[in-house]
Design a protein. Sequence first.
Length: 266
Amino acid sequence: MGGTEHLTVRREGATLVLTLDRPEARNALSLPMLVGLYDGWLEADADDTVRSIVLTGSGGSFCSGMDLKALAGDGMRGQAHHDRLKDDPDLHWKAMLRHHRPRKPVIAAVEGHCVAGGTEILQGTDIRVAGESATFGLFEVRRGLFPIGGSTVRLQRQIPRTHALEMLLTGRPYSAREAADIGLIGHVVPDGTALGEALEIAERINACGPLAVEAVKASVYESAEMTETEGLAAELARGRPIFATADAREGARAFAEKRPPDYRRA
């Protein structure tokens, strides 16, 4: 399906695969990459045949963070990219999933470096798979910088606060096994197999009712900061309409008839 400079986009069945593609820079974030990422999130949500998204990187790395040199200098080439950022100054935060949440589930397939801005994008994904040699971490404080991609807010909501603070305040690297132990990622797999595992998870999601999947994801995030009473009320508001859909009836019929369901987003 192509993509843009520094990002490739392709389809694997009902899954849209976005690949960060600057292997010579360990997939450090450039302006063209950020524009392509945001366009990818929008493309996935606008296309009803897409049921899941996989985000990965080329060349054995996921993402080594923001390429400050590229963003400040020659990496800013391309008037079209300049114009996009000028028209939407928030575009880079949307690309990094700080100010945008896709309706479709996003699965991260991590190999190699996933540090700084890479770990920040990771926090905007829903399911995370990593090769056993992958490295995670928020190195900003070591450089006198601030992890402004959302980590001081999101990380403590995703892993225990003591682990979040240690990661944020020491700037040390974490192995894939350590990241799994503190709950930052969900799966550790042999090196080179993260994308395959992520696509298998995506296939299992794709086999489910898409309206139900999207409503469940929305309910989880919507209720995260609510009281239990508020969350339960919001869950009913999200969940009840799903039972009235043709897909819900199809799911019941398929179960009774012992066949795969044919969901049509209706």
